[in-house]
Design a protein around this ligand. Structure first.
Ligand code: C2E
Ligand code: CA
Ligand code: CA
Length: 747
């Protein structure tokens, strides 16, 4: 080290055994710079120490470490990584031991940040320029250059460079972690889940255990602006118990105040007992608190700022997701799970091994549509809310209550918790809506999950079948689903398909049943009745398939076909000399409702060239279900063309007299059920008698159907009924036999 001692501007002193007071200090202590001297010459160690004695660089002291060979250095570096600069002798054990050590430090020990200054005794002995570049060597100095000043400036430059590299790398690593943390967080759906992820990720970023909590304005759905209460929505570590609790209830005053201050100032706070981060959010601000023991350094703070900005967007998304989820799975009016969610619950139960003891009940409010019409939709909505909350509050919390559709609620639970009779009982007391008391009765369809298929949707469908059954039969009661019900439904579906097929393939045909004058017993008209002979040649009764056609809407097309065929038949009969015969055509409600119906009828009449005065439409009393104004208007319009209208099956429906009067019909057709009772006794004639008298008073014609014997015919005639139809006079016949029947009669 002689060169160094002789340097003119040097005041190097030699000191013996400079105590290595600072070595062995806290390795992670960043308040010093750690510099490693590697040299096989102990003098170099000494001179360096002396030169740098009491010096500070960039406001920190220097702590020296010493090794004397490449081997020893490698061993030291295996566990001492936090080293800013290595002053490295090139020639030690052999000529390039130092250079090889550089390679080891960079490649094998992966220490890219530590700065390396090569020193050599011989000025001529410079390493390859390649080595300097490839191994990121900071500086190359001959030992003679290591005067106090030179050493100081060289070390300062290296340390500054080390600090910059470290900052950049830490930032890059942090950013990388943020990117990964964000990606992880974006996978999380729902605000709470997201918030829990935020704690873990921040802790991960800072290399700490996750001890912290996240709070936001009440988050029942998304983040809700409506409430002023700030609630803990996620918590980890020693704060875990605080989840779902209001922030006020946090007993640690410092934590509580930090969170409150953070939300108020809308800034990150690093001065409390930990770190408090603020996330600005469209759906309500969020604050997160983390235990960080000592206050964070600059790099960490800047990283967290980036993280917060990045993550605030994530909170927005999570809140949005929560809200979408709430829209998708919750009924917004009642706040109950909706149909889709209910089906998920059933699916879950069905997947469980012991679902046999569970029941699914559908509760349907009777006559809700009427209530809605009469008292308004707002009232209807309130009523539904009242029903929802009574159901929810009265049943066991283990029972799932959902709103399935308009006025149908679904309940799902163990049979011990959920009794249909008890459900019915809930409706024994009136509901109060807008200060108005209202009794509501319900009908209940029940399915034992033991009888359910394997999907929630199917189970719900089956419970619905039971409910519909109950509605048709006995409103206000409970009806249990049975397997037969679903079999029946399946058969109906099959039958409908077959009907479509039959209609398309012209397997339907019309028959005509005579109507006679009871006095002359001569034919005055015919009723057109449809027939279906299936592929096996069996007749399918219209009572079975007409209701199906009505339900499916197929009746509109079939009805048009019937009308056209019947009108043509009337025209054909007229050409055969039976022009006086009336042709009665049955019309269903759904056909009648169709806006094109009057137009269709007019065209059928015109196309066939039949006499409109001979066309009679048979409508049923269920027409009363059609809105009165529409019905009156349509009937008037139809009658303008000269056709007549009869009320079929009279006496079985609900028509009121005044309604009948307004309806402008021509004829009442006494239902065959009453005709059947006529001969039994005087009592059996009471209804036909009343109907006949009524029709006379209203100026209507009357016809009796289902007359099967002479006694009935005579009795009806005596009661003043002028017309009749029935097997006694003639069966429904196809056009050929009908012509024979008519010509026989004429004889
Ligand atoms: P509906 O309109 O009351 O038709 C009268 C039913 O009574 C016919 O049954 C007829 O065959 C039957 N009938 C006639 N005389 C007697 C009798 O003396 N005794 C007994 N027990 N029954 C008698 P059908 O043809 O089976 O029709 C049943 C129902 O199907 C009809 O009742 C009607 O509601 C519907 N329907 C039949 N054809 C048509 C149609 O072309 N269009 C529409 N929309 N419905 C039809
Ligand atoms: Ca009829
Ligand atoms: Ca009838």
């Amino acid at each position: 080290m002689s060169e160094a001692q002789n340097h003119p501007d040097d005041e190097l002193e030699f000191i013996d055994d400079e105590p290595e007071a600072e070595s062995g200090g806290d390795a992670t202590n960043r308040k010093v710079w750690r510099v490693l001297i590697v040299d096989d010459d102990p003098d170099v160690h000494h001179t360096t120490l002396l030169a740098m004695r009491n010096q500070t660089i960039l406001h920190r002291q220097i702590q020296f470490l010493h090794t004397y060979s490449a081997l020893q250095t490698r061993e030291l570096l295996l566990h001492e990584r936090d080293i800013a600069v290595i002053l490295l002798d090139v020639v030690m054990e052999n000529e390039d031991a130092g250079l090889r050590l550089v390679k080891t430090i960079r490649e094998d020990l992966s220490m890219p940040e530590t700065r390396i200054i090569l020193r050599t005794g011989q000025p001529g002995y410079a390493p390859e320029i390649d080595a300097i570049r490839d191994y990121d060597i900071n500086d190359y100095k001959t030992k003679s250059e290591l005067t106090r000043n030179k050493l100081y400036t060289t070390l300062t430059a290296a340390i500054r460079s080390y600090e910059q590299i470290r900052t950049i790398n830490a930032g890059r690593r942090g950013l990388d972690m943020i990117v990964r943390a964000s990606a992880d967080l974006m996978q999380r759906h729902g605000v709470r889940n997201f918030a829990a992820g935020v704690i873990t990720q921040i802790a991960g970023l800072l290399g700490l255990a996750p001890e912290g909590l996240v709070c936001a304005h009440d988050t029942s759905g998304g983040i809700n602006l409506g409430s002023n209460d700030v609630t803990v929505i996620a918590a980890a570590g020693r704060y875990a118990d605080l989840i779902n609790r209001p922030v006020d209830s946090i007993s640690d005053a410092q934590v509580r105040q930090a969170l409150e201050r953070c939300l108020q100032s809308q800034r990150n706070l690093y001065d409390g007992p930990g770190t408090t981060l603020f996330f600005h959010n469209r759906h309500g601000d969020v604050a997160a608190y983390l235990d960080t023991r000592e206050s964070l350094d600059d790099i960490d703070r800047r990283l967290l700022e980036v993280f917060c900005v990045n993550i605030a967007v994530g909170f927005d998304n999570a809140a949005l997701f929560s809200r979408l989820n709430s829209f998708a799975y919750f009924d917004q009016l009642s706040r109950l799970p909706n149909r889709a969610h209910f089906i998920q619950h059933i699916d879950r139960l069905l997947a469980a091994p012991d679902h046999g003891k569970q029941i699914l009940a559908l509760v349907d409010l009777d006559h809700f549509a009427e209530t809605n019409d009469a008292l308004g939709h707002r009232f209807g909505d309130r009523l539904l809310q009242e029903v929802a909350s009574r159901l929810k509050q009265s049943v066991s919390p283990r029972v799932i209550v959902a709103r399935i559709s308009g006025d149908t609620f679904g309940l799902l639970g163990a049979s011990d918790d959920l009794s249909p009779t008890q459900l019915m009982g809930l409706f024994n007391t009136p509901f109060t809506v807008d200060g108005q008391e209202l009794m509501v009765s319900i009908t209940c369809g029940v399915l034992n999950l033991a009888d359910a298929g394997n999907s929630g949707a199917e189970a719900l469908k089956d419970a619905n079948i039971a409910l519909k059954r109950a509605k048709q039969g006995n409103r206000g009661e409970v009806n249990y689903f049975t397997r037969e019900m679903s079999i029946e439904i399946q058969e109906r579906v099959k039958l409908l398909q077959a009907l479509r097929h039959a209609f398309d393939n012209e397997r339907l045909f019309m028959v005509y049943q005579p109507q006679v004058n009871l006095v002359t017993r001569k034919a005055i008209g015919l009723e057109a009745l449809i027939r279906w002979r299936d592929d096996d040649g069996k007749m399918v009764p219209p009572d079975r398939f007409i209701p199906l056609a009505e339900h499916s809407g197929l009746i509109v097309n079939i009805g048009e076909w019937i009308t056209r065929v019947a009108c043509h038949q009337q025209a054909r009969l007229a050409r055969a000399g039976y022009g006086h015969l009336r042709m009665a055509i049955n019309v269903s409600v759904s056909q009648f409702r169709h806006p094109r119906f009057p137009f269709m009828l007019k065209r059928a009449i015109e196309d066939s060239g039949c006499d409109p005065a001979c066309i009679e439409l048979e409508i049923t009393e269920s027409m009363a279900m059609v809105e009165a104004d529409f019905l009156l208007h349509t009937l008037d319009k139809l009658k303008e063309s000269g056709i007549t209208v009869a009320v079929d099956d009279f006496g079985t429906g609900f028509s009121s007299l005044s309604y009948l009067q307004r309806l402008n019909v021509d004829r009442l057709k006494i239902d065959r059920a009453f005709v059947k009772e006529i001969t039994d006794s005087g009592r059996g004639s009471r209804i036909p008698e009343m109907v006949i008298q009524l029709s006379h008073k209203l100026g209507l014609e009357v016809i009796a159907e289902g007359v099967e014997d002479l006694a009935q015919a005579d009795a009806l005639e005596k009661l003043g009924c002028h017309e009749a139809q029935g097997y006694y006079f003639g069966r429904p016949m196809e056009p050929g036999p009908l012509m024979d029947w008519l010509s026989n009669q004429a004889v």
